[in-house]
Design a protein around this ligand. Structure first.
Ligand code: CUA
Length: 153
């Protein structure tokens, strides 16, 4: 083997190790890994399982709200969400039937909501307005009708 080849091999191997170390550091030390679906629920018993037995919006602090929401063909429950401007909203979501999407226009929220899994998202709504909420996973014949709005006043 040429010396040049050895140098290149060493360099490329070293680079791979460095990249793997950076990824590992970000994932474990900086907690930048993708969310894991640790929280599960019996998808057959969503309506009886807290907190999903009482979907709705609840004030939990100074301009801080919790929204417990179920997604089902072809709607969001609750449909009416209204919060003051600047509110921080903690969404807890699950599906009652098939895979749905939870995308909120003008925000970074874009999540899959799967039956049997609990999806949690936190978002602060600084700008007043009507935020369009869409299901962006094809879920059946009425998929295109599955939308609602979040009103920020
Ligand atoms: Cu729900 Cu598409």
């Amino acid at each position: 083997m040429h010396l040049d080849e050895k140098i290149w091999l060493t360099l490329s191997f070293g680079m791979i190790m460095i990249f793997m170390f950076i990824t590992g550091y970000q994932t474990f030390a900086l907690e930048m890994g993708p969310p894991s679906h640790n929280e599960t629920i019996d998808p057959q018993k969503v309506s009886e399982t807290p907190p999903f037995d009482q979907p709705g919006i609840k004030k939990i602090g100074e301009n801080e709200y919790e929204v417990v929401m179920t997604l089902q063909i072809f709607s969001f429950d609750p449909m009416e969400i209204e919060v003051p401007a600047g509110a921080t909203v903690h969404f807890t979501l699950t599906s009652k039937d098939v895979v749905h999407g939870f995308q909120v226009a003008d925000t970074n929220i874009n999540a899959m909501v799967m039956p049997g899994h609990i999806q949690k998202i936190t978002q602060t709504f600084d700008k007043p307005g009507e935020y369009l909420v869409l299901c962006n996973e094809y879920c059946g014949a009425g998929h295109q009708l599955m939308s609602t709005t979040i009103t920020v006043k």
